[in-house]
Design a protein around this ligand. Sequence first.
Ligand code: ACM
Length: 662
Amino acid sequence: DKNAIRVSANSASGIFYGIQTIRQMLPIAGPNDQNAANLRLPAVKIVDEPRFGYRGMHLDVARHFFSVEEVKNYLDLMALYKFNHFHWHLTDDQGWRIEIKQYPRLTEVGAWRSETRIGHNRDEPAQYDGQKHGGFYTQKEILEIIEYADDRYITIIPEIEMPGHASAALAAYPQLACQPGEYEVAKDWGVFEDVFCPTEETFTFLQNVLTEVTNLFPSKYIHIGGDEVPKAQWERSRFCRRLIRRLDLKDEAGLQSYFISRIDTFLNSKGRKLVGWDEILEGGLSPNATVMSWRGEQGGIEAAKQGHDVIMTPNSHCYFDYYQGDPEQEPLAIGGNLPVQKVYEYQPIPSGLDAQAASHILGAQGNVWTEYIKNEDYLHYMVFPRAAALAEVLWSPKEKRNWPDFASRWEDHLPRLAKRNLRPAMQMFGLVDSIYLEGKEIVLDLHTIAREGKIHFERDSIDPSPSSPVYTEPITIKENTTFRAAVFRDEQQLGNVYRENFLYHQAIGANLAQEGLWSDSYTGGGAKALVDGRSGTLNHTDGHWQGYEGSRLNLTIDLGSVQEISSIDMHFLYHPDNWIMLPRRIEILASQDGNNYTSIRDVSYPAPRRETIAPRREKLSTIPPDAFRYLKVQAQAVPSLPAWHPGYRQKGWMFVDEIIFN
Ligand code: ACM
């Protein structure tokens, strides 16, 4: 009211969050600004409470080291958006970042790598920067950061990775591996075979490490990793084979379960609770362990049904190391595609859980893996606005969420962040398209959510500028067109350039009947995606590819009349990193009357080999011998991935973008 601001709450943290709300409502003014003495707030009453008790952000300081100051800055930003758990990923193959008094080599050796891979991990030939990278936090610094977080009502959950992601620890103490040898702190990214051996010596080591960790961190939860554990070293080890027999385990997966359960028992004896990535479910898990679901939602659903507490961090919605816009226009990232709107639309309680299971979903967390995030500016760019979107998902009632409203409020936050010299990603203010067919014409309709954003476009593969023609209404496309557009405000471009190549051909707008099902995740635009004039790029998430998981593509195109067609071109995506393979077999048939079909093409692609993992678009050209009206295309995705592939025996994906008639 006129005289005062009153904040009341059931707890001190509630008062703290009330103050964060006031901070967010205040006009933007630094201490030295003219208007700092003359701040105005509207008279309002806000009754508020968080929807979820666990509102987390994670930071990987192993792949790239972030200083004490940078971590504190991260905590400040978390507090402003009312996050209350910081998951600190302190150890990995590429660096051990926490001082352990009993094992000084962990930081003397394990905190430093000789050099770092340049470019993406899949770029060949491999190149390295020749620069030593590393760093670690002393126990004194750790305590200082814990206190700093505590002042902001943030609990820090430390993560010590085991039994995998252990290269840096093994470089320091190679006797903890099953195979003797020289281990080095990793300088590449990926999953490595160097894992802890489940010997008594290893358990003693890990218990001593965890004792120092629990002496530092008051958190109820201790994260022990548990993800991505290749079993090759255990399979080659006589010790492990004997241990499996002696413990009457089924296999190496059983050994992993035994490993986690030993650590679980130890942490419980210290009055703590174990948290791990969803792989810890494999082979059975003690009921008091908490599961972080990262490989999609499935692990979380399974765990909640089994009665485990769950923190949702699915890579589909919570991986802030994924691209948030067109990879060609973004700084190098690990892959994926996670625009902020998708984060905002996230539902942490998976559908289909009953009330009992749903009560085990504690909340969610944004994960920030830093293979490609080398400095704080890039970190902030990847985290904002996605963390703000997640903050609202975790705090606000589900019914209150409203994307345009969020976008508008976020615009008000931009000057606030600018005051901190923080440059968030701006893709949400770029262009969104809707494309539809009207007869044989393609109609392109563009939108922006930016206030006072003006759209300019070009048709000749040049990026638009503020002097390019202004877009005012949907554009009709009747020929091959390279179209580009962007949003501008005060001559400043907001977000990425919208780039789209339209291939105009004779099947555009043809009737298409399709059986067999594409995936809901990769629709390519839906029913007419394969004759909509748009082709995919090497980025499988570009929206143009239609994906089939292990299943059949079975479609019939009706041109409306018998026509002479000189060629039929299709492309398949090959991208084994993303489990996308060429079809096992494809057959094309043509008909004049829709009853009698003649096979005009029948191709089987050989099983791919490990050496050829570079992504490519595979072209299949067919020259039909006669005029036809109907065309059938039948293709079968690889039902089972080959032995060299990480997804061995699981379904392969088949991706197709367009069937081009010339
Ligand atoms: C993970 O992303 N490997 C948890």
